[in-house]
Design a binder for this molecule. Structure first.
Ligand SMILES: *Cc1c(COP(=O)(O)O)cnc(C)c1O
Length: 420
């Protein structure tokens, strides 16, 4: 099984039909609890002395199939699936950070993650230091005795920066700090984060993994590279005493955080995400080639002031992305149109692309981030995240590329009578 290539693992890993009455499609175990014949058996499962499911707020066979498949795709030692991408990030922060401790993070993050760190975790005494992840000396200088993790996105949303994960991981591991990579935009298909030294990988599986914009979910994967026994964290030590240092983080994440915050993924959404994974590789190829075609078109259109897409030669992310993402560049791009009014007009004129707050859907999506995803953020946070008032973000779908381009052409051509 370990030898299977990505596409095969995405379809077969982590699930044995023989254990599920021969079902070849992962069954939905739509049940709150699991009955045992004897009191002794249930007690043993509860205490973690034998494997089994007890209650679907802790684990569930459908969710477990999704977790095992994600772990196989990331080359990790295990995974915990959560109700959303935000829940996966929250789980990591709750497991690793306490009052007076610090996160070192790239400033170019998804707006929800910025709000979580700056508004919520700050209230509980967890402080975040933001440093440009491309500036390695600054990153190193930001690490202190209090740093509990380094957080980066493998491809920043929407800044589209590509940090050098290998060098960040090398630097952090010398200081015994785990590196958490949000790989939502790249998926394990474009960016096998373990190969780049990530300690933990988090995903919003709402996006490319589900693939059709049909469900919210998230997952965290432990790559097995980080030595948890090296960390000052009383709860981790307790978990290590119970299950060993290797599985300590996953045990803490599931048995303390997810179980007691009630943030596990639902079985139905786990089913949808397993289904999505089966076609992930095919879809990512098409997402990426469509995005490149649209980026090239937008770059050539006089109504567009600037286009950011790491697949464009000359883009500041091109070289790092070429090295790190296997010659494909994801399917998110941004365009500056000169003013907020022009962005709004363009969005209103698009017929195929939908105006909504999501990405990684089979459908092409567009949004004006400054007035939506970042409306909770300060102007300074927005600027640091690479969001300006004249910027639109496009999540390129897997429709016919010509139809996508023609939609943007008709919308842009109609803007030309407007003064910039
Ligand atoms: C969407 C997104 C999230 C949050 O995921 P949800 O499933 O919406 O909670 C986190 N990180 C990135 C990069 C995202 O795009």
């Amino acid at each position: 099984m370990q030898d299977w290539r990505f596409e095969t693992r995405a379809i077969h890993s982590g699930f044995e039909p023989a254990e599920h009455g021969g079902a070849t499609s992962v069954p939905i175990y739509q049940t709150a609890a699991f009955a045992y014949e004897t009191a002794q058996e249930l007690a043993e499962v509860f205490e973690g002395r034998s494997y089994g499911h007890v209650y679907s707020r802790i684990s569930n066979p459908t969710v477990a199939a999704f977790e095992r498949r994600m772990a196989a795709l990331e080359g990790g030692i295990g995974a915990v699936a959560t109700a959303s991408g935000m829940a996966a990030i929250t789980t990591v922060l709750l497991a690793l950070c306490g009052p007076g401790e610090e996160v070192v993070s790239s400033p170019g993050l998804f707006g929800g993650t910025l709000t979580l760190l700056n508004r919520l975790f700050r209230r509980y005494g967890v402080h975040t230091r933001y440093v440009d992840p491309l500036d390695l000396p600054a990153l190193e200088a930001a690490l202190s005795e209090r740093t509990r993790l380094v957080f980066v996105e493998s491809l920043g949303n929407p800044g589209l920066d590509v940090p050098d994960l290998g060098r960040i991981a090398a630097l952090a591991s010398r200081r015994r700090v785990p590196v958490v990579v949000d790989s939502t935009l790249t998926t394990p298909y474009l960016s096998p984060a373990r190969e780049h030294g990530a300690s933990l990988v988090v995903h919003s599986s709402t996006k490319y993994i589900s693939g059709s914009g049909n469900s919210i979910g998230g997952v965290l994967v432990d790559t097995g590279l980080f030595d948890w026994s090296a960390v000052q964290n009383p709860e981790l030590q307790v978990a290590a005493g119970r299950v060993g240092a290797e599985m300590a983080f996953l045990s803490l994440a599931r048995r303390l955080v997810v179980q007691h915050t009630g943030s596990i993924l639902s079985p139905f959404n786990a089913y949808l995400h397993c289904l999505g994974l089966e076609t992930l590789a095919l879809r990512m190829e098409r997402h990426c080639s469509n995005a490149l075609a649209l980026a090239e078109f937008l770059q050539s259109h006089p109504g567009v002031e600037a286009v950011r897409y790491p697949g464009l030669k000359g883009d500041r992310g091109f070289e790092a992305a070429t090295r790190q993402l296997g010659g494909r560049y994801g399917a998110l791009l941004t365009a500056r149109l000169g003013s907020r009014e022009r962005c709004f007009r363009l969005i209103d004129r698009l017929r195929l692309a939908s105006n909504l707050a999501n990405l990684g859907d089979a459908k092409t999506l567009v949004i004006h981030p400054a007035s939506t995803i970042y409306h909770d953020c300060t102007r300074e946070e927005m600027v640091r995240a690479g969001v300006s008032d004249d910027l639109i973000r496009i999540s390129v779908g897997i429709e016919n590329p010509q139809d996508i381009i023609e939609d943007f052409r008709q919308a842009l051509d109609g803007l030309e009578e407007m003064k910039r």
